[in-house]
Design a protein around this ligand. Structure first.
Ligand SMILES: [Zn+2]
Ligand SMILES: [Zn+2]
Length: 142
């Protein structure tokens, strides 16, 4: 898959569909406690995009998980769709929505210090603790 082609995804029930042009073919993992609680485990998501083409928006629930972020889900089937970062109006969609992301590589793991002991992702990549994330990006977990 080339990086400038559109990636198409959908929720479990198909009510919400998403088309994006991913900035690069990478997946990042967040191990923070909020992501674990939200999805049951680490959140695997794509890089931020600002102009997603979404259908079924009226069926999307948005939970304000902090002052600066919302987490979107399908109200029909409960599929977790995105993390929305309000200061930049940008979306990070969950990787599992997109069959075409199967060949993407995992580039970064964040909040590694909040990861439980019962899983690890294989391979070598950058792994940042919560304080390192805040120093690098100027944001906390949300
Ligand atoms: Zn759905
Ligand atoms: Zn997280």
């Amino acid at each position: 898959m080339t990086t400038d082609s559109k990636l198409e995804g959908q929720c479990l029930c198909g009510t919400v569909t998403v088309r994006i042009v991913p900035p690069d073919p990478h997946v990042d993992a967040c191990h923070c406690r909020m992501c674990q609680r939200w999805g049951g485990s680490a959140l695997l998501s794509l890089r931020m995009v600002t102009d997603p083409d979404i259908t079924g928006t009226e069926h999307i629930g948005r939970y304000a998980s902090s002052d600066w972020a919302e987490r979107g889900f399908c109200r029909q089937c409960g599929t977790h769709l995105f993390f929305f970062y309000k200061p930049k109006a940008s979306y990070s969609f969950t990787a599992g929505l997109f069959g075409g992301a199967a060949d993407f590589t995992m580039t970064e793991e964040i909040f590694i210090d909040e990861k439980p002991g019962y899983y690890d992702f294989a391979g070598e990549r950058e792994r940042l603790t919560g304080p390192e994330v805040m120093a690098k990006f100027g944001v906390g977990n949300s």
